[in-house]
Design a protein around this ligand. Sequence first.
Ligand SMILES: Nc1nc2c(c(=O)[nH]1)N[C@H]1C(S)=C(S)[C@@H](COP(=O)(O)O)O[C@H]1N2
Ligand SMILES: [Mo]
Length: 312
Amino acid sequence: MRISTSIPSSEITPEKFYFNRRAFLAGSLGAAASLLPLSAAASSLDYKPGPYGTDEAWSTFADITTYNNFYEFGTGKADPSNNSANFKPTPWTISVDGLVSKPTTFDLDDLMALELEERVYRMRCVEAWSMVIPWIGFPLSRILDKVEPLGSAKYVAFETVVRPEEIPGQRGRLFQTLDWPYVEGLRLDEACHPLTILATGLYGRTLLNQNGAPVRLVVPWKYGFKGIKSIVRITLVENQPETTWRNMAPQEYGFFANVNPAVDHPRWSQATEIRIGEGGFFGAARRETLPFNGYGDEVASLYDGMDLRSFY
Ligand SMILES: Nc1nc2c(c(=O)[nH]1)N[C@H]1C(S)=C(S)[C@@H](COP(=O)(O)O)O[C@H]1N2
Ligand SMILES: [Mo]
């Protein structure tokens, strides 16, 4: 993995910069505390500023790394950070296969050698909470281009690793909730959209296990469950692939899952959301949820002619 262990981190991902930016944006001394865990388990990454950003305050490193959904490690928000210490994200490969001219198995090193960039995106979970996360990664299109999709490829299917020895939720019994592997999918044009990235880090460092180390999908205009973690396989296919949450409850979770405040989940409203860090579900004012999570200018045209009243 091309991590800059030999270069002082102050030269490449100045933590002071994060501190200042957090303090500036949040106007908060709490920002200092939120940076303390930064140095512990993750390594510094080399990256450049990305073309997309937001003026909103970043969620703290502490919130992003302790309030998680990763059912392989348990269903509680603290479970992924508490139960993932034995998971080994290196060495790692991702095979990209299916309807492509050049099926390729990428080593994580190859991916880290792609030019990494920062993308500060809002993330909106279908459960009606949100964060602002400074991801480090690269457009998914960069590896799709390398394998040369065939004309018959219409969708992209993704798979999470299965390793019951390292992943307690996959050993069954205790909290067997979903079928493994966790699977997700995108239409090929969604997968090639410049906003769609594979993330290998956040806050300037490699991903911690709970965030989907070593590489996970980020599709900021869709509900968070589309952002499949710890990916080992990407397959180009002709037909719409199966997706985990839709398999689990098709009346509640669709394939497209575009953030849409006008269409409620059958059991709760999607009109507003809680920004984690701004107070509890019963405390802070709720924010308005934006169509396509605020990325409509970039992506609405992908859905011309589709019925956007549909959750799916
Ligand atoms: N393999 C896998 N990927 C997953 C999930 C999961 O349970 N397993 N949860 C999803 C959900 S519901 C959300 S909201 C995001 C959460 O990402 P974060 O914990 O890094 O914020 O991951 C998504 N990716
Ligand atoms: Mo989610």
